[in-house]
Design a protein. Structure first.
Length: 225
């Protein structure tokens, strides 16, 4: 298959209504994988089209997650697990899976992103790693794996402080996540310190009074224990 034939086949499939070109794109990808090397740009175009079309079928989110995860794994194999395109692909999988309560898929996605090194990561990639740390920390928290959740949320706080040195809603959220884990671990004194920091960030950032009041109630409960 020539590049021109491939592009035309992709265009034809993408232009079909309501994601009806999905089966054609799956077959096309299978063919391209047999004819081209793994890093051939034709595969990238085929994967992109397949995931795009799969995303148009809201009633079949499982198919979208399946193909999106396969694309992320392909990117990791071809470009490396720390490549920005790979991180972006996994982040999209994690966010979609969280939204659909597909916890196993979300966990795999967040694990892939959270393990990426920060040294050479640009700001956008760091923000995606921060999101993954929160996502994976939440999954560990839900599973009762509190020490693991603590480590993940600690990493997120440190990274969020780097990304947002000034008062920022995300820093308040990250501090709250860590405080919650410490509360459940019975470490009330450091949890109280985090809640007080969270309140300070919210106030300095002009947060809604109701949100500040919620944190103040949490502070009162910890201080009165």
């Amino acid at each position: 298959m020539t590049d021109q034939e491939l592009d035309q086949a992709i265009t034809d499939a993408v232009n079909q209504p309501e994601g009806q070109g999905l089966d054609a794109l799956v077959a096309l990808l299978d063919r391209v994988q047999t004819e081209r090397t793994p890093a051939d740009p034709a595969l990238a175009r085929s994967w992109d089209a397949l995931v795009e079309v799969a995303s148009r079928s809201p009633d079949d989110i499982a198919a979208f997650l399946h193909h999106a995860e396969r694309r992320a794994r392909w990117l990791a194999a071809v470009r490396g697990p720390s490549d920005p395109a790979t991180i972006k692909a996994w982040t999209a999988v994690g966010e979609a899976a969280d939204g659909e309560c597909a916890w196993d898929v979300a966990t795999r996605a967040w694990e892939a992103v959270a393990s990426a090194p920060l040294d050479a990561a640009d700001r956008a990639t760091q923000a995606e790693i921060s999101l993954a740390l929160r996502g994976l920390g939440t999954r560990r928290l839900a599973a009762g794996r509190l020490p693991e959740a603590r480590v993940l949320f600690e990493r997120d706080v440190a990274l969020t402080e780097r990304l947002h040195p000034a008062p920022h809603p995300q820093l308040a959220l990250s501090l709250g996540n860590l405080a919650l884990v410490l509360e459940r671990l019975g470490e009330r004194a450091p949890a109280l310190q985090l809640r007080e920091r969270q309140r300070g960030v919210l106030v300095a950032g002009g947060a809604a009074a109701g949100l500040v009041a919620t944190v103040e109630r949490q502070i009162a409960a910890l201080a009165g224990a």
